[in-house]
Design a protein. Structure first.
Length: 185
């Protein structure tokens, strides 16, 4: 019950909190989160694949919450796998940088994907996987607060991938303009 109350308070705070935007490297945030999670998974064989991630303008504390939730879920839902494979990467499509967290866990049916980000929506039995059903709702709220979007793709017994974008920052636009001007010189 205490965890549920804490998670609901976090969800409420995210909605009221003003963003404190700073330029941050996502790799340093991911590394910090993984260090914190490794203690919980010390008895597990987990293969971490971490790509070079972008620097973004974000609220560092909130993006850390995003990665804590997504990576903790990946650890949880890969519990039946040896080795568990958890990957954090990025894709560029049409000038938009998309970050993803992928695992080889139990996955879920895409027919239930619309329930993923709802409060108290669980796609697995509480007896099989612990949790409050609030984490992904919090993640979605944080990503949307940053002007981004989040979605997932999965297959039952083959794993899941969560994708998210963040709004382009003025830094990104200035870098793009500088690159164009540099090409013209």
């Amino acid at each position: 019950m205490g965890m549920l109350i804490d998670d609901l308070l976090m969800l409420a705070r995210v909605g009221r909190r003003d963003l404190g935007l700073e330029l941050a490297g996502l790799n340093s945030i991911v590394d910090e989160v993984i260090k914190g999670l490794k203690a919980d998974a010390a008895d597990r064989q987990i293969e971490w694949k971490i790509a070079t991630l972008p620097y973004v303008e974000c609220d560092i504390a909130l993006i850390k919450v995003v990665f804590q939730n997504l990576l903790a879920n990946a650890i949880k839902f890969t519990r039946p796998r040896t080795p568990a494979v958890i990957e954090v990467g990025r894709e560029e499509k049409n000038g938009v940088s998309t970050v993803f967290v992928r695992d080889n866990g139990v996955g879920f049916s895409m027919k239930d994907a619309d329930k993923l980000f709802g409060v108290f929506q669980r796609l697995h039995r509480a007896e099989d996987f612990e949790g409050t059903g609030v984490g992904l709702a919090t993640v979605q709220r944080i990503i949307q607060k940053h002007g981004g979007d989040i979605w997932a793709h999965a297959e039952l017994d083959k794993g899941a991938t969560f994708y998210f974008t963040l709004a382009k920052s003025e830094c990104d636009e200035l870098k793009a303009k500088a690159a164009v001007l540099g090409d013209m010189a």
